[in-house]
Design a protein around this ligand. Sequence first.
Ligand SMILES: Cc1cc2nc3c(=O)[nH]c(=O)nc-3n(C[C@H](O)[C@H](O)[C@H](O)COP(=O)(O)OP(=O)(O)OC[C@H]3O[C@@H](n4cnc5c(N)ncnc54)[C@H](O)[C@@H]3O)c2cc1C
Length: 394
Amino acid sequence: MLKLDVCIVGAGPAGATLSHFLHKLNIDHLLIDKSEFPRDKICGDGITVDVLNVLKRINPELLEKFAAQSEMLPSWGFCFHGPKGQEIRYDFRDADFPVAPFYTARRIDLDDFLIRELPENGSGRFWSKTELIGLKRNSEGFEVRLKRNGEEETIQSKLVIGAEGEKPVVTRYLGLEHFREKEHLLAAIRIYYKNVQGFHPGDHLEFFFDKDLLPGYFWAFPLSNNEANVGLGMLSTAISAKKINLKKMFEQVVERNPYIQPMFENAEALEKTKGWGLPIMTPKRRIAGEGYALIGDAGGMIEAFTGKGIGPGMMSARILSEHLESAFKSGNFDLSPYHDHMYRYYQSEIKHTYRLQKSLKHTWILNPVMSLASWSALTKYAEDRMIRDFLKWL
Ligand SMILES: Cc1cc2nc3c(=O)[nH]c(=O)nc-3n(C[C@H](O)[C@H](O)[C@H](O)COP(=O)(O)OP(=O)(O)OC[C@H]3O[C@@H](n4cnc5c(N)ncnc54)[C@H](O)[C@@H]3O)c2cc1C
């Protein structure tokens, strides 16, 4: 039977990033994914500075390679559009940044890039078409049951890392409680389009706060080849309370919103609407314990306001790699310190994004004074989070 030190379940950005760091640390590991790569993942495809930061930490050349791919579109700014057409726009084309502050990349390309760039002869291996179907603790760690290319196989691993995305399997097989409250879940839909017009010349990420969508928002992000990723997302509690059908809401917003409608005059949808859940960060969710840890969406690492999860997922992998290094040095495989580290790291992000989300809930429609309060909360968010993150990194 194959015996190894770490088994990572799921090869999205979180799992693949952990594999990169374990290669650097020379820790023996196996990365598995039930899909065959390249594979799609429903997402907004917006790449934020934390992704660039982690790529650079893995290896500065990896960041350069990423930026050189023709599928990755540099995006030089972003804009928040208010319900009455107000705009908070930031354009960084004249700033002296070494690379663009944002990118867009179809997930089929980004995730495949991260897998393709894994070292060939390092301390790990990647098995695609391999699904986790069972886990049992034993004296040496875990007996891991897999279905690989349709055949069942059992391996032994000292540690198991859940990076399987939004639908938890590791905690389920371990019989652990997995915190999944609707108030900590967003739901969102995505549609790829062709010929969406009116994007800024700097290929900005456009966020629209339509009054019927609050506290959610509509996005339109330009992609390479004159395509665009368009979608909308909202808190699950708001969807249930207002009995919202996201697909219908999307169609209505495109038809009726005077700032969005002109962008779609000649646009052609390339696919049917696709939806997925976004588990948002909350310290109430336990993400590590004896012999196991959760990273990325499996640990609910999505930022509550924008729905950004690629960067935090990759950052959670980077932080976990430090704890794995210590665990293998000390022989203590209780990974709880990673849980504390993650929530300490994201403490202020969690506080501010929940507060911002609450402030947007009703205020736009109540009265002009309140809507001004929302606008300044958004400006503060843009300046504190999205811009300073980049400046800090330089
Ligand atoms: C509509 C939408 C828009 C979004 N927009 C953005 C955005 O613009 N920017 C951003 O940063 N974030 C965005 N997000 C969030 C982002 O998509 C996620 O946070 C991100 O994909 C998390 O990466 P991950 O590696 O944790 O999980 P995933 O990318 O979901 O990868 C998990 C992997 O695990 C595999 N897997 C699952 N079960 C098993 C099993 N039993 N055995 C083996 N393998 C398994 C899956 O095949 C998959 O490949 C959006 C999400 C949605 C739904």
